[in-house]
Design a protein around this ligand. Structure first.
Ligand code: PFF
Ligand code: NA
Length: 445
């Protein structure tokens, strides 16, 4: 089914490339800002440790055992009672929904590569006005960059992802981490650093609402690429003797560390410049450029490198968002990769265009449903509903439908018995109950 096989290192790199993306550097900081800081971070971290990690391992197990796409994995892995499940199908839509707004944001990053290389805004106010102006008025410019991001993503996927992606990740992930660490050292010298630590790590639970809890849980899935079959699809082409336990742990750890570093850097700048933490999706585009500006030519260079690395982090994730749906279509309908990608491409492009114009002042009327713009609808429905739901299904399937013996056979050598038991307990009880409770609370109360 899968022609190419990952090497073991290749898988960890590709999974890390999928996980580490705009979710860490764009979305995590702005969601933290909007949801009042520490309490949001606390719930997010709890979800990563107690739910995300277990679901990550469970998805890897399903992929590794089925060696098929995300939908087939549910259908072809026999249950204890010899029956098959049919409930994984909706996951293939999640990818299209996420990709549609994800490529728009990569487009913004492309624009900021250019901004960083030329003229950076000198104050947070100026940066805010520039970003706001782009989103709400510059339809043509945004469409241009969105189209570029779209073409690059689909081109890479059309090439068969494994080798290209492995190599890009190998170079660019360390570059991104390097730049972030440099920025962190710089942030440590600024006044706002202490405030940023307090904001991120001292929870104020009076700021917690059921919506912010759901956002934190949903974001934990989004950031680890869980709940739509990406990790399943990637682990379908793993060598037999791969250690799924260490790969899950390392990817989750890396992803979390990068998000936290990004948060520390960005909030240090926000507080040092006296800016507003709750400014929404523009946060990273507003808080960083004035800092780069202050550093003179060096700032142009660092800013340029930062946005380039961020663009690549975005693209390696975008590719992993297309792949599960593409793989499913190729297997299921026996069509070629190019055919599958053409169908996906048209759908994504149309949805993406609607999402883009839903932010534009003069056009938003055409892309507003029930008073909400398409961009926000796509973001909310995927992160807060579809991904947690996908994660719930994975947990239930691995926890209840699959034979325990098969799990022990696959994982037993790679984790102590006690750890296995904790994981199994989590996948049967903690994850399903946690996800269900949060979703029911948010959607019905
Ligand atoms: N994990 C990616 C990020 O944090 O940017 C986004 C993502 C990739 C979500 C792949 C879902 C997915 F299947
Ligand atoms: Na991530």
């Amino acid at each position: 089914m899968h022609g190419e096989r990952f090497s073991k290192v290749g898988f960890v790199l590709a999974a890390a490339g999928s996980a580490v993306g705009l979710g860490n550097i764009w979305k995590f900081p702005y969601m933290t800002g909007e949801n009042g800081g520490g309490a949001f971070v606390f719930i997010y971290l709890l979800t990563i440790v107690f739910i995300g990690l277990s679901v990550f391992l469970a998805e890897s197990v399903m992929g590794r055992l089925s060696r098929g796409d995300a939908v087939s994995a549910f259908e072809t892995l026999p249950q204890k009672n010899g029956q098959y499940w049919k409930y994984g199908g909706f996951m293939v839509f999640t990818g299209v929904i996420i990709l549609s707004f994800y490529t728009i944001v990569i487009g913004w990053i492309f624009k900021y590569i250019y901004v960083a290389a030329t003229t950076l805004p000198s104050s947070v106010e100026e940066a805010g006005a520039a970003f706001g102006g782009m989103i709400t008025t510059d339809t043509v410019g945004q469409m241009l960059f969105f189209t570029l991001a779209f073409v690059i993503t689909f081109y890479i996927v059309s090439q068969g992802i494994k080798r290209g992606i492995e190599r890009i990740n190998l170079v660019l992930m360390p570059l991104l981490v390097g730049i972030l660490v440099l920025l962190l050292f710089y942030a440590m010298t600024l006044d706002g650093f202490g405030d940023s630590l307090r904001f991120l790590f001292i929870p104020d639970f009076s700021k917690v609402t059921s919506t912010s809890i759901l956002s934190a849980v949903g974001h934990a899935f989004f950031t680890l690429s869980l709940g739509m079959g990406t990790i399943m699809t990637y682990s379908a082409s793993l060598p037999k003797d791969s250690n799924l336990v260490t790969s899950s742990l390392s990817v989750a750890a890396l992803d979390t560390i990068i998000a936290l570093i990004a948060g520390m850097v960005i909030f240090t700048l926000i507080f040092s410049f006296g800016a507003e933490p709750a400014q929404g999706a523009g946060l990273v585009f507003i808080s960083l450029p004035p800092l780069f500006h202050d550093l003179g030519v060096l700032g142009n260079i660092i800013g340029f490198a930062f946005f380039v690395a961020l663009a690549f982090a975005g693209i390696t994730s975008a590719v992993s968002i297309v792949e599960p749906t593409a793989m499913y279509m190729i297997n299921r309908f026996k069509i070629s990769r190019v055919q599958a990608l053409s169908i996906l491409g048209v759908t994504t492009y149309v949805l993406g265009t609607l999402a883009l114009i839903s932010n534009v002042e003069t056009l938003k009327g055409y892309a507003t449903i029930f008073g909400k713009g398409v961009f926000d609808i796509l973001d909310f429905s995927s992160s807060s509903i579809l991904l947690p739901l996908g994660g719930l299904l994975v947990a239930l399937f691995v926890g209840y439908a699959l034979q325990k013996d098969r799990l022990v056979a696959l994982l037993g050598d790679h984790m102590p018995k006690a750890a296995f038991d904790v994981w199994y307990f989590s996948i049967r009880y903690v994850a399903p109950l946690g996800i269900a409770a949060v979703m029911i609370n948010q959607l019905f109360f």
